[in-house]
Design a protein around this ligand. Sequence first.
Ligand code: SAM
Ligand code: TMP
Ligand code: ZN
Length: 416
Amino acid sequence: MTDSADGTPRRGTCRACGGTTAQFLDLGRQPLSDRFLTEDQLADEFFFHLAVGVCAGCTMVQLMEEVPREEMFHQDYPYHSSGSSVMQKHFADTARHLLEHEATGPDPFVVEIGCNDGVMLRTVHEAGVRHLGFEPSGGVADVARGHGVRVVTEFFEESTARRVRETDGPADVIFAANTICHIPYLDSILRGVDALLAPDGVFVFEDPYLGDILDKTSFDQIYDEHFFFFSARSVQALAARFGFALVDVERLPVHGGEVRYTIARAGARQPAERVAALIGEEDARGVADRSRLDRFAADVEGIRTDLLALLNSLKAEGKRVVAYGATAKSATVTNFCGIGPDLVSWVCDTTPAKQGRLTPGTHIPVRTPDAFTPDAVDYALLFAWNHADEIMAKEQEFRRAGGQWILYVPRVHVTS
Ligand code: SAM
Ligand code: TMP
Ligand code: ZN
């Protein structure tokens, strides 16, 4: 990244194609989004510069600065995928779909990159199908093992993929959810997929979709772990560089809007019509155009202004404001806007590893959900907005008692 003292956009090198990226959004100094702190850890908190650029060559939208992977994914990585019942169902359905349509040979082999607590591979294991999860975060990997899932506590990359090809043979399906967008070293991933995948196998991955992020101004999808913001066009270009082709795309409602990409070896499968349709739609909307991305950056500034105005006025009125869901996403919002315990007293979350700690950067205390009672709270800022239906259904009593939800996506608004 070069200096922008003369007003020209900062530039960097595209981690997907080696081309040149130009910065369009600066979210400032940010902490690790999933590092929830004890009091004695406050002094040596890790910070980095969160800024986003777009590649002029392959259109890939990506972070300008990379955080070392061991800082983020380790024994104490707190995110447990099974924390949402909606996501549990989504991944059980996904596993059944893969078993029915892709892992259909006599002795199929399913590999998952980033299997976390086994939320998807559990179903594969229960079906008696050969499988392996790569999960470098030891704590969640142990939870997966507890469910009978076969896991290596390792990063998937070219060398580890080659070793598994030697020991286990080719994979019919390599699956990843909310993981490939976390990995800056995509060349090693794609070469690893090339080494491990059977000739007619598929690499299926799903991640937050750039089109949805722009539509919803969901700038909180941008944080240390989310390095890439994929579109069908940028994934198609990526696949082609490594001898693969994008053969299917499916839009998913989960996590605020995702796309499931299916990649096969070039020439092995006829691409579904919806691939060209989605790319055509992206081109028509200009999802990677500088003017669209600049408008997004201006909308993000607008959200910051409106959210701070609302929280400050509620504070002036003496309202009790808390937050719901200590999401990784919320680190971006709280640190970009400067929201600390003076504006939001505490945040409740179901994750034991987050409870009793302080949120990254602005140090809001995390409490258990039983603190969230209608008589203790007037307004709740919904950080876990991607789980809104599930959370609002379970917290109906809060609303009935006059409590109000604050949302900031796609714009700042209050719902009673
Ligand atoms: N697949 C789960 C889901 O969708 O809920 C987990 C997603 S979680 C946000 C990302 C996971 O990817 C983490 O558990 C992390 O440890 C893992 N991860 C990060 N880099 C990886 C790599 N190179 N290989 C395998 N897993 C990786
Ligand atoms: P996510 O948006 O990355 O999936 O993270 C959701 C966070 O919100 C996670 O820390 C768990 C928490 N959560 C709750 O506290 N209550 C809930 O009902 C749900 C669905 C999530
Ligand atoms: Zn590029």
